[in-house]
Design a protein around this ligand. Sequence first.
Ligand code: KIV
Ligand code: ZN
Length: 515
Amino acid sequence: MQDKVWIFDTTLRDGEQALKASLTEEDKIQLAHTISRLNVDVMEVGFPVSSPADFRAVQRIAAEVKGPAICGLARAVSKDIDACGEALKGAEQRRIHTFIATSPLHLEHKLRMSLDDATNMAIKAISQARKYTDDVEFSCEDAGRTPHADLCRIVEAAINAGASTINLPDTVGYVTPDEYAAMIYHIRNNVPNIDKARLSVHCHNDLGLAVANSIAAVQAGARQIECTINGIGERAGNCSLEEVAMIMKMRQDHLKVHTDIRSEEIYRASRQVAKICNMPVQPNKAIVGENAFAHSSGIHQDGVLKAQNTYEIMAPETVGVPSNQLNMTSRSGRHVIEHRLTELGYQKSDYDMDSLYESFLALADQKGTVYDYDLEAMIYFNQIKDKDERYQLQFVNASSNSQSIASATVGIALNGELKQEAATGNGPVEAAFVAIERITGMAVEVVEYNLDATGKGASSLGQVDIIAKFDGKQYHGVGLAADIVEASVRAMIRVYNLIDRAQKVSSLKQQRKAG
Ligand code: KIV
Ligand code: ZN
C-alpha cells in the first residue's frame, strides 16, 4: 500500500491575500464548492481575525461546504485563536492553523523576541486551539531560513502541546530542493516525538522552485503539501496544486505515493479560479495552460497521430480538458444545455437554469453559435449577478469614429426608476463611464482595465475586468458581452453594485453599534 500525501489547499487564504481586490462572500462560497469537488483533504479558507468579512466567509464555508476539513489561519495570539475557533464552529471537520516566525531574521527584526519566547507563545496558542478542535496545525514561518536545531526545539514543544500537523514553510521561496529535503530528513531524525505528527510543506515560488521543493520534501518523508490552484499566492505565488497532484499521479511508479485528488476536476477549477480571481493563466503553464496539450511542430503532430504517447505523457481528459466541442444555437433546448454542462463537469446546483437559458438565447440570437467556453462564462456571470442589485443596466448606445470625439448614452434602472445620461470622451468606453458617473453621482478611480476574449475568432465574447478604487478600497467588476463597450459598462456597473453593497453593510454595522 502506497503512502498518501495530504493535499491542503490554501487558494482562499494565501491565494486570496495576493489579489488586487478581495473576493466577495459569494465568490468565496462558489470557489469553496469547486475546491471541495477536487477532493482535497483540507481547505484553508481565510484568516478570521483579519476582518469581519473574512470571519463571515469562513463561517459560511464551514457551515455549507462538506467533505474536506475546513481550516482557518491564526497567529499564535489568543484573539486570533478565538476568532478562528468561533468561525469554524459549524464545520463537520475543522482545523486551526496557527503560526509564528522562527528564523533569526524574523525573530530579531519583526517579532523582536527570542526563540524561547516564540516557543512559549506557540505552546499557549496550540493549547488554546485544542479547546476548539483536536486537529491543530502549527507552522514555523520562514522555516527555510531557520537553523535545523532551532526547528527541532520548537517542533518538539509544539507536538507536546497538541499539534498534530507540523508545517515547515519556505515562506520566501529561497531554498533549493536538496536543502529542503535535508531539512525534512533532519526533523524526522532528530525530533523524538515526530511520529505523533504529520509533516507538511508550504513553498513559495520566488525562484520558481515551489513545486520541485514540495516534491523533494515528499521524497524526504513529508506527507502534506500546501498549495493553491494555478499556484496563485503572495508575490510569485505558492506551489501549484494541479502540478503536484499530477506529478504524484503520473509518477507513482517512481515516487510511490498517491493523493486523493479527483484529477478530472482540475481544469474546471483552474478556469474558475482564473476568472473569479482575475488572474489569467499563462498559455504555457503546465497542466492547465492553453498550450499544455497543443502540439505545434509537424514532427510532433505526426508522432501523436501515430502513437499518442510519443509526445503526450497524459491525456487531456485526465485533467478534465473537454475532448470535444459542442456548438449550440438558439434551436438548442434546455436539455441540450444541461447535458453539455454535465459533460463539462458542472452540477445542476452550479447554475440557475432559467436565467442561464435566458442569457443563452440572447447570446445565440446575437452570435448564431454558442460554444462551450461561452456557456462556462455565462454560468459565472449568472452567479455573480445579484438579483437585488441597486443599479441595473437598461441600455447603452455608443458611437465613435477615427475623426471625431466619441459619445455614449447609458440607461440604468436605479431602484426601479430609469435614469439616463449622455457624455463624450476620448473613446466610447470613457464616454460611457462618464455617463455612469453622472447617473450614480459617485466618481470611482479606474486602477486597471483589461479586455480579453472568451473564445476564438471575431465572434468571441468580450470580457472586461476592472479594478476600481472608491473610498480607499478596491473592487473587481467583470462584464461579458458580444459588444466590448457593453462589456465595459457591465463591469463598471458591477463595481458600483459592489460599492453599494459595502456601503449597506457598513451602515448596518453602524446602526447596530449605535443601537
Ligand atoms: O508562507 C508562509 O509562511 C505562510 C504561513 C502563514 C504558513 O503562509
Ligand atoms: Zn504562504
